[in-house]
Design a protein around this ligand. Sequence first.
Ligand code: ARG
Length: 513
Amino acid sequence: MTEKLWGGRFDEDITPDVLDYTLTTDVDVRLIFADLWQDIAHVLMLGRQEIIPGETARAVLRSLLRLWEEHERGELKLRPELEDVHFNIEQMVIEDLGRETGGHMHTARSRNDQVSTDARMYLRRVHVNAVAANLALIDVLLSFPEDDLLAILPGYTHSQAAQPVSVGFWKTAHASMLLRDVRRLRGAFDRADESPLGACALAGTSFPLDRELTARLLGFRSVLSHALDATSARDYLMESAAAFAIGGSNLSRMAEEIVMWSGHEYSLVEVSDAYATGSSIMPQKKNPVVAELARGRAGRTAGTLVQLLTMAKGITLGYSCDLQDDKPYLWDAIDTYLSTLRVFTGQAKGLRFDSKRGEDLCWDNFSTATELANHFVAEHGIAFREAHHITGSLVGALLKRGATLRDTKAGAEILTGLGHPVAESVLAHILAPRTALTSYTSPGGTSPHSVEAVRAELREAVEDHTAWLDRTRRGLDSALSDTLRAAREIVDGGDFAEVLERATAGLPPVTRS
Ligand code: ARG
């Protein structure tokens, strides 16, 4: 059995049950890239600050670069008996160099600042991927043909047909909502993008650290100064989980529309065959299972948020092992959210709407009654409340006859009886769903012009977010390659101060938070 890195004061080893209960190597696999990058940055800093001897730092860096390559080849395996990623990598370095040399790596650092640094670095990647996945789905939603501007759907309130809208209006509505998710993810990225490294266990250290140097090498925008806050904070995780939960809930609303509207009773939309499955017994079935699963899985992302809020609320400042369990739940939320976004992008491409059916439902559900009331206001000078009453009386009378607004002859007769005659041809025009749809020209309304204007605004936002995505990806990539290059140059005999000066010259300065 490997001797524990913390074993000095212990006479007895933990039982296999305890190891099983406490280990986190399976979860930490996702943090290997961050832990190694972080180790390299930390040792570069230790060498630069002469906290450990230059030759020792060089040897540790050589060892870490080898591990990095092993990781790149997918060959670096974590051993469960070493508990977590941090102990695994430290042990690998020690096995490579011996404790006298490898044992220097953990100087002026604790797993407490280390784990939060790793999680933040991983989250930055996740947020970048989540923004990209949202933008891909938004792009599909916004790439609709002009016909969709006049393809009619009933718009619903209270699950009752309310007013006619268009397919383009529906698609831009979801794109608009998803763009808010993107903004939320970017906010969560910003809060994750603060370096706790150098906070050590909770109180800082007596060694002359350069926290700004490690933060820059790791591509952080700022240093989270306060050591106790830096090691204790998990609100950035909650905020990320909140972004995933809200995003999951928003996607679930689209899912619900797809599920409901693809049923025979609505027959408004059909998912492509690739996004549905059949029944083992009922040959006629085509079930929109992707949308159903997404609707259900919104519960998982919401559950993660509740778990994290509950986990942290009773913990005094400073690390407690409760916090170790933040990761498995968060990973689950990340996987659920990202896979839903990706599968929805394909699903959205293949949605087929039946606008003839949409128009029929609008007629049959009196969805243009408001237009008649508006006509009385605009053309007859009647107060809206009175116009509402007259139109309501017409609807009531038609319902009693088993008729709808489509029966304009009956409608005209009833209105004459009510003392507010309107010519049948005028009525037929006012009450047509398409007339209503095209007449809502207010900003953000259903008219083709308004929808096009919104589409242009949304596209502009997409461009802004795409530029952010490119900038951010480039920034993170160059921080990583600059760190690796600096380590290689130093291993090859370069001078710490000189190499790091050059390596960081191109990296943006960090602020303090
Ligand atoms: N594996 C631990 C975690 O995921 C790292 C921090 C452990 N620190 C400690 N003092 N036990 O949270």
